[in-house]
Design a protein around this ligand. Sequence first.
Ligand code: GAL
Length: 380
Amino acid sequence: MLAACLLALPLTAKTNTLSEKDMGAEAKQQEQYWSEQQKQKKTIRSGELWPDDAGRHINAHGGGILKYNDTYYWFGEHKDEHTSNALVGVMCYSSKDLVNWRNCGVALGVTPSLDSLNDGTPSGNGSGISSDIESGCILERPKVVYNPMTKKFCMWFHLELKGQGYSAARYGVAVADRPEGPYKFLYSQRANAGTWPVEGSPMGFDEYLKRDFAGGQMSRDMTLFVDDDGKAYHIFSSEENFTLHIAELTGDYLHHTGRYTRMAPGGQNEAPAIFKHDGTYWMITSGCTGWAPNEARMFSAPSIWGPWTQHPNPCRGPKADKTFEGQSTFVLPVGNQYIFMADIWRPKHPIDARYIWLPIEFEDGKPVIRWRDEWTLETK
Ligand code: GAL
């Protein structure tokens, strides 16, 4: 595992030109930095640079975390200096304490851009047609779940085909035999074509649902959730971002079953992050203001199928009305605690986007997220 993580460090122009001796020295330096860091760094400081085992700011935005055996794996979008489009793909980092993270490299790589080849040979899937996940596409909010039946790691993400802005509105699926990958891209498409939601004949804010019935529903900001009974769900912004869909997955977690419900129709929710506490499902979302922060929303339900009830903003403290300048991405259960994870986007310098990780407290039975400059996490 250790070796795999070290070897999988993304190649930079610098490491490309290093001699073997220099690379050995660099790896040694990195090891030293890592063991020092692990001794010292025990606290989480939201909004600050978060160095990995090589001292580089973690590059895993719009991310989510998978716990497998006693290790946590953080998956997220690799962001570039100048563009939010995917030039690398999905990154993976691993950790035992959720504070110190090792760079495991690229979990799912985008395929080389057709434009980048000067010999005229198409790359990608080798069929002469460019791949759906061609470099320059938009690949956002990757989430990974483990399927104990197939023993596969299943990654779902929001995909926008290269050069089409946000109009494709698809989800993509990839699969791997090991948590850190490499993931094999399987397919991308719109959701639940030709299928009405479980509510049956749709009512209210159904203009786009009807419009996209035949071709498939739009699928943008998303997360995955595995329930206690092993059933998994894909939760995504659909219908021009007006309405969230919660769609059940097949037993192998690689497809929709066709059973889905609409949540908060017309509510314009994005960035869904879900968790279950004492039998109640809680969902935190954002409004739709692109990269700019807005006030978080919170919902609860007695069943994943609803009915969902909206509650006031759970954030407390400075800039609580703007989700501390972030946007939700995931809620991670750790023992009997939950960590709220969000992104502070930097659209002009995407690689410098920051992370918000805060503990979720319960007050009068409802989740509350209080700003803390610094806090210590007990993983035991
Ligand atoms: C946000 C969304 C991000 C990204 C961005 C693009 O609302 O949550 O994942 O798609 O818009 O403007």
